[in-house]
Design a binder for this molecule. Structure first.
Ligand SMILES: [Fe+2]
Length: 268
């Protein structure tokens, strides 16, 4: 058995009711393409994480579409929520047991010598994100349990500033989150969606990554908060995480990219 951890992160599906589009995009069709790509190329992955903004307006019909399309996924799937989601409606479709003792939709996954922790950073009525005190206490215990193993954390909201306009909707206060992460000395990655943009950073010495996700992508304007950014139809993107004992790699699979293949190279 291959001992390299392999998992996929999708984010920002923004599903809507049948017959509707979001930002002119058929988001259900895009999620169908994501699932087809996953099944064709990553069927050997250990699991999939859906990192929030599952439904554009938090409606039950969107969650039912999510459930129906996700039924085609052949690997274990762990789901958490984003700011566009509605937790009670999500739980009414997927089951109340999806929420844990903190009242939120967190998960802990142990695989291939790693611990992967999925955090629900959504906060009712807010666009920015929040991790509650019970969640941070829960995270501290989950990290202590995995003191001898590398850890990857996945959540919807980016905790680190990207120096673009969307910084005003990042995780509300990253300080207590960082303090808890610092109780573990081998945090390999903190992976988020939310910004509809690919980025990589270190923040307080910890690697942070965002993926563009399945909905529209954005052009960005560094330190120019009054300059409008463009919404782009692609790439629609998932992240592929590969972990060994000594290193953790995040690759980006653009399952809709708008590019034309201009050559095929045989590997030497
Ligand atoms: Fe989103």
């Amino acid at each position: 058995m291959n001992d390299t951890l392999k998992f996929v992160v999708m984010s920002d599906l923004h599903l809507v009711r049948n017959g509707q589009t979001s930002m002119t995009l058929d988001t259900a069709e895009r999620f169908e393409q994501a699932v087809a790509c996953l099944n064709a190329r990553y069927a050997d992955a250990d699991f999939l994480i859906l990192a929030g903004d599952l439904a554009d307006e938090g409606g039950a019909e969107a969650y039912e579409r999510l459930r129906d399309i996700a039924a085609k996924i052949t690997i274990p799937t762990f789901i958490t929520l984003g700011n566009h989601d509605d937790r009670p409606t999500y739980l009414s479709v997927f089951g109340k047991d999806q929420a844990d003792e903190t009242g939120k939709v967190n998960h802990v996954i142990d695989a291939k010598g790693y611990r992967v922790i999925v955090l629900d950073s959504s906060e009712p009525g807010r666009v920015d994100g929040n991790l509650t005190s019970p969640q941070l206490d829960w995270l501290r215990v989950r990290l202590a349990e995995a003191a001898d193993r590398p850890v990857v954390v996945v959540l919807h909201h980016n905790a680190n500033a990207l120096h673009i306009e969307s910084d005003n909707i990042k995780l509300l206060d990253d300080t207590p989150f960082i303090e808890v992460l610092k109780t573990h000395d081998d945090i390999r990655q903190v992976i988020a969606g939310h910004v509809h943009l690919t980025s990589t950073a270190t923040h307080h010495g910890i690697p942070f990554t965002t993926l563009a996700g399945g909905h529209y992508s954005v052009s960005f304007n560094v330190d120019q908060p009054k300059t409008p950014f463009k919404g782009l139809s692609g790439p629609a993107q998932m992240a592929v995480v590969l972990g060994t004992a000594h290193g953790t790699t995040v690759l980006f699979e653009d399952f809709i990219d708008g590019n034309t293949v201009i050559g095929v190279h045989n590997p030497d």
